[in-house]
Design a protein around this ligand. Structure first.
Ligand code: FNR
Length: 341
């Protein structure tokens, strides 16, 4: 348990019950969700010495200069967690210079989200790709600096959802308010590398592919024009028993890490977890559930507190590991335990 995992329990009393259950859920038996955090704690380091100096967390991602390698992964229903929703999440991220990735199912208009710090739009593509063009263009017009294509969701993963009637008292009228025709989310089950090029053409901004767990897929994404690859299993909410992101990261980083930035999420809950991710080849580490917990507990201020504490922990971990920058952490992981690289 870390103070970050404690936020989950603390937020239980302030979030509507179905929302809290929805946030915590993993797919099926929740095996992948349960393994995520422990896998990072299995990583062991061989710290450098005689290489010290002030730590600088500055992280350059696709031309944006961030003050920390820790960012916020996209999650829907932020407006249920807190009425101030995405704009509050953005303000918390902006206060510490962190990347904020906004779900296309956001509950506030994109134009109201920009808080002066770089943000990216996450998108699912529908079966008829062109119907997504207006919402994508609206996001870019409102300041989205990149589009993140989530590729692990041909269908929503089988989660034990709270029954419909449990949501009865929750206002969801704003759901997908950025779409011309809100309605249900529709997912394409036939995404292909060509969609990456299409997305870039339609938006004119870099395309990041989220949900990659294999080296060959990472290679195919970059060959198709992806500007970054995001190692993710959707917080264990899609294919249960999918490998941990900790296990997948070194393979993906070896395949494409020299060419494009590699991002990772899933069970990152401390500065030491961030160090583990950086040491295995990530350029940035993102969190999904904890920022939602923080948002519910105290809006923008609590999100800022979460990110700023994680940045402090990461800086301290780097210092103790003899690394001055996030990039210096590459290669300080050493083989250990059953999940060794
Ligand atoms: C998500 N995630 C997600 N991913 C995405 O690409 N688009 C989305 O709209 C959502 N929505 C969403 C809602 C909720 C409630 C959760 C918990 C997650 C996945 C998210 O971006 C991320 O990959 C994981 O949450 C990371 O794992 P941790 O940090 O939650 O362990």
């Amino acid at each position: 348990m870390t103070w970050v995992t404690d936020l989950a329990e603390q937020s239980r009393s302030v979030m509507p019950r179905p929302m809290w259950e929805y946030v915590e859920a993993g797919a099926d038996d929740g095996i992948t969700t349960a393994e995520a955090a422990a896998a990072w704690r299995d990583v062991r380091f061989a710290p450098r010495v005689l290489s010290g100096g002030p730590v600088d967390l500055t992280t350059d991602l696709l031309g944006d200069v961030l003050r920390t390698p820790v960012g916020i992964a996209p999650t829907s229903l932020q407006r249920v967690a807190h009425p101030a929703g995405e704009p509050a999440m953005a303000a918390g991220a902006a206060a510490v210079g962190a990347l904020h990735v906004v779900s296309s199912n956001a509950g506030h208009r994109f134009a109201d989200i920009d808080a002066g710090s770089p943000w990216w739009l996450q998108a699912y593509l529908p079966p008829d790709r062109h119907s997504a063009a207006p919402v994508l263009r609206a996001a870019v017009a409102a300041g989205a600096r990149a589009v993140v294509l989530t590729v692990d969701t041909p269908v929503p993963g089988p989660k034990r959802r709270p029954p419909e009637e449990d949501w009865a008292g929750t206002d969801l009228s704003w759901f997908r308010c950025n779409f011309e025709e809100p309605g249900e989310v529709r997912w394409a089950d036939d995404l292909a590398p060509a969609d990456i090029g299409w997305l870039h053409e339609v938006t004119g901004v870099p395309v990041v592919v989220k949900g990659v767990l294999r080296a060959d897929d990472a290679r195919a994404c970059v060959d198709a024009g992806a500007s970054a690859v995001w190692v993710s299993n959707h917080g264990g909410r899609q294919l249960d028993r999918a490998t941990t992101t900790r296990a997948a990261l070194p393979r993906v980083a070896a395949a494409v890490g020299e060419q494009v930035p590699v991002l990772v999420d899933g069970g990152i809950r401390s500065g030491l977890d961030v160090l583990a991710a950086l040491s295995l080849g990530a350029d940035a580490a993102l969190l999904g559930r904890p920022p939602l917990h923080a948002l519910a507990l105290g809006g923008a201020d609590e999100v800022e507190r979460l990110l700023s504490r994680l940045a402090d922990e990461t800086a301290q971990a780097l210092l103790l590991a003899g690394c001055r920058t996030p990039r210096d952490a590459r290669g300080i992981a050493v083989p250990s335990g059953p999940t060794s690289p």
